[in-house]
Design a protein around this ligand. Structure first.
Ligand SMILES: CC/C=C\C=C\CC(=O)SCCNC(=O)CCNC(=O)[C@H](O)C(C)(C)COP(=O)(O)OP(=O)(O)OC[C@H]1O[C@@H](n2cnc3c(N)ncnc32)[C@H](O)[C@@H]1OP(=O)(O)O
Length: 292
């Protein structure tokens, strides 16, 4: 009963996205959301508010029947400079006031789980997320874009799994998701152990990004065009596809097949299936899918 009430409330409120302090959210095309990291004066470094708002924003976009695909960009000079190091100094001060190691560890556990959940919201969101990055994508930035479904970037874009240079192991998803996007364990380990910058040309060669653009304007335009195309498809089909692709990343083939069977034994009875097939046969008439 509680869950049902919560679901109904979230559906009702899905039309009104929150306004955020560190994110700019717009709907430039039908069913397409554009989320912009918006702390340009701090190079979009992730302070606690930005971590928190990313999670809240993608959970809201997931619930919204008006959103079918999402483009993620960064405002200003860089996509992001990673975690806000000033914010981390404040965490250090908080820890200094606590003497017991287990109690210090509990504070850190809550922080790490909060930040992990923030980034995982891009994966929990069943609407495809296109990360469109420019200039620096550092540390937590790689965690974020590794969680996106599709990555485009500008020619001047570079990435660094920088955590090793600040004395920590990446802990909000890069070590889990980046290797699955790249394939070569040797390359992954080289980049994670050294933090060395890799540029757009290398990222393209390895398949980490799939398109590179001369300017940010071209990048955003192409990303929105792709998002618009995805949004024109059946939301039942696209969201079922994302759920199964995410699930299949860490399950056996048979488990993945069982999972998609569970999804499709329902979805093949949906009006979207009939509408799409009819539109396909009418040659030229695009199918129109109702809100999901
Ligand atoms: C629980 C833990 C979860 C997640 C952990 C994630 C770990 C990480 O994200 S590791 C990565 C941390 N980030 C960095 O180490 C990046 C440091 N910054 C840089 O290397 C450079 O600033 C740059 C991103 C390459 C950009 O260079 P440039 O364009 O030349 O700008 P700057 O002049 O260097 O910087 C301008 C201004 O921004 C401040 N700043 C830069 N990065 C951060 C940051 N990460 N946090 C806070 N502030 C940052 C920099 O100090 C300058 O400040 P001024 O006040 O203007 O001097």
């Amino acid at each position: 009963m509680f869950n049902l009430t919560r679901t109904i409330i979230s559906r009702q409120s899905s039309r009104m996205l929150s306004t955020f302090e560190t994110l700019k959210v717009s709907t430039p095309k039908a069913f397409v959301a554009h989320v912009e990291l918006n702390r340009p004066d701090r190079l979009n470094a992730l302070n606690y508010t930005l971590w928190h708002e990313i999670g809240q924003c993608f959970d809201e976009l997931n619930a919204s029947e008006d959103v079918r695909s999402i483009v993620l960009t960064g405002a200003g000079k860089h996509f992001t400079a990673g975690i806000d190091l000033m914010d981390m100094l404040q965490v250090g001060q908080k820890l200094a006031g606590v003497t017991d190691v287990s109690r210090k560890a509990k504070i850190m556990e809550e922080l790490i789980v909060h930040h992990q959940n923030s980034i995982s919201s891009l994966e929990r969101c069943v609407k495809p997320v296109i990360a469109a990055t420019h200039s620096a994508v550092v540390g937590a930035g790689v965690d974020i874009v590794s969680t996106a479904d599709i990555r485009y970037c500008t020619k001047d874009c570079w990435f660094s799994i920088k955590e090793v240079d600040i004395g920590m192991a990446a802990d909000v998803g890069t070590l889990q998701r980046f290797p699955k996007a790249i394939g070569s364990q040797s390359l992954v380990r080289e980049l994670c152990f050294t933090g060395r910058k890799f540029k757009s040309d290398e990222a393209l060669r390895w398949g980490f990004v799939t398109r590179v653009f001369d300017t940010k304007e071209e990048l955003v335009e192409a990303s929105l065009k792709l998002a618009e195309e995805i949004a024109s498809k059946s939301p039942v089909a696209v969201q079922g596809t994302k759920k199964n692709l995410v699930y299949s990343l860490d399950h056996t083939n048979q488990e993945g097949l069982d999972h998609i069977m569970e999804i499709n034994r329902m979805n093949l009875q949906s009006e979207d299936f009939v509408n799409a097939v009819m539109a396909g046969q009418s040659k030229g008439e695009a199918a129109v899918f109702s809100k999901l």
